[in-house]
Write a protein that binds this ligand. Structure first.
Ligand code: AMP
Length: 395
């Protein structure tokens, strides 16, 4: 992989696609700057070489129109604080003013351009827009793994206008870690797939049947599998139109010798609320009016045993409604089991917004091998798709 490491940026202007899609509160203050911090190593390497940096990103979903709430101007002060450099701001990403600021940008300085998605041409992948954006820099750097699965102007179309292009450190780290699982993972390889719906995770499960030894399925999606196997699931989440898919996945796993683990028991509740009455039930004998909102103690024990014996672990999606304290135990215990396995030498990768949030919430971020910043991008990678943001640089 070609990264910024292999280029000397002295007197060069780098146009970096970053993922500065940070959460802002009602006062338009940044509530979590981890995405900005994650891009710092790449920015610093270029500036320390004696280069200049032009940063491009999207923020929120402004749908092709200027919206003050999604303006990059809210990030300028914090950016200059964390980089300790002069940060210039252009209130449009491609107008003459922006072009003029980047053409006279002193080496050592940073220029942050306004939200790319104020132009609908960004998401439509418009070639003329990408060409104009490309005029801002001598070298194109992509450090935005979170948008690598999008064929947008700034993430893939733009690369054709540069002779010199490469990955930033964050993007390279993400791809290297994901590749560790896809190419020759140490075995046994266990994938944990959870979350609400089977329909969101079908493609990843189907592709994992090609590479994993064990697939642990938890969360709301487990109940459609249970029902497909003839169980009673009460009011638990159920996708009728996915019953056949579940049956096909189970049959295919059997054929390939991949072991699928479903929760034998569940924490069931009489309503979708933290204060609901709850008890434990076999997952295929859930009474009418009750719903499974977390995996039960026997499931935790069984899943933990599988994880304990694993050498490679991928985790996407929570085991239950972890946002509610009454139903967080399954997800928390699995995070603990992944941490234990990691301590014993396994490589563990956590990806997808909710699993990363859960691992963070329960304090295990530093006890696993890698927490990916990419939600959709990571999912698509493990679905076996080619990510446009990666292909544009690798050619
Ligand atoms: P996803 O975005 O598909 O990974 O789904 C994450 C969401 O699934 C979280 O908000 C969880 O609260 C929810 N979830 C997990 N388990 C269940 C369950 N048993 N019933 C309903 N929702 C669930």
């Amino acid at each position: 992989m070609k990264t910024v490491e292999s280029i000397n940026f002295k007197d060069k202007k780098a146009l970096i696609r970053v993922d500065f899609n940070v959460p802002l509160n009602d006062h338009l203050e940044i509530t979590d700057d981890s995405r900005m911090m994650a891009a710092l190593p790449t920015i610093e390497k270029i500036l320390n070489d004696g280069g200049a940096v032009v940063l491009i990103s999207h923020l929120g979903r402004p749908k092709g129109e200027h919206a003050d709430r999604f303006s990059m101007k809210h990030l300028v002060e914090h950016l200059s604080k964390i980089t300790k450099r002069t940060v210039h701001f252009a209130p449009d990403c491609i107008d003459d003013n922006a072009m003029s600021i980047s053409s006279t940008l002193p080496m050592g300085d940073i220029l942050l351009l306004e939200n790319l998605r104020f132009h609908s041409e960004e998401t439509s992948g418009d070639v003329a827009f990408a060409k104009r954006l490309a005029e801002h820099g001598d070298v194109y750097v992509n450090d935005a793994f979170g948008t690598a699965h999008r064929a947008h102007a700034s993430t893939s179309v733009i690369a054709q206008f540069f002779d010199e292009k490469c990955f930033g450190y964050l993007m390279a780290k993400e791809v290297e870690n994901a590749q560790k699982l896809m190419k020759n993972p140490e075995r046994p390889f266990t994938a944990i797939v959870g979350g609400a719906k089977v329909s969101d995770k079908i493609l990843i499960i189907q592709n994992l049947l090609n590479i994993a030894d064990h697939i642990i399925i938890g969360g709301g999606m487990a109940y459609t599998f249970k029902k497909a196997m003839g169980g009673d699931i009460g009011n638990s989440l159920f996708e009728e139109e996915r019953v056949d898919t579940c049956k096909e996945i189970l049959a295919e796993a059997d054929k390939r010798g991949v072991q699928i683990h479903l929760p034998v028991d569940s924490v069931v509740a009489d309503q979708f609320s933290n204060d609901a009455s709850s008890s434990t039930s076999d997952s295929d004998q859930i009474g009418a009016g009750w719903m499974g909102l977390d995996i039960g103690p026997r499931a935790i024990e069984e899943f933990s045993e599988v994880l304990n014996a694993s050498k490679t672990i991928l985790w996407n999606g929570p085991m239950g409604v972890f946002e509610m304290s009454s139903f967080e135990n399954g997800t928390k215990s699995i995070a603990q089991a992944v941490a234990n396995a990691t301590k014993a030498g396994a490589f563990s990768l956590i990806g997808g917004g909710d699993s990363s949030a859960a691992v963070k919430k329960f304090g295990y971020t530093n006890s696993v091998s890698y927490v990916s910043t990419g939600g959709g991008a990571l999912l698509e990678y493990f679905e076996g798709k080619i990510l446009p943001g990666i292909a544009a640089i690798e050619g």
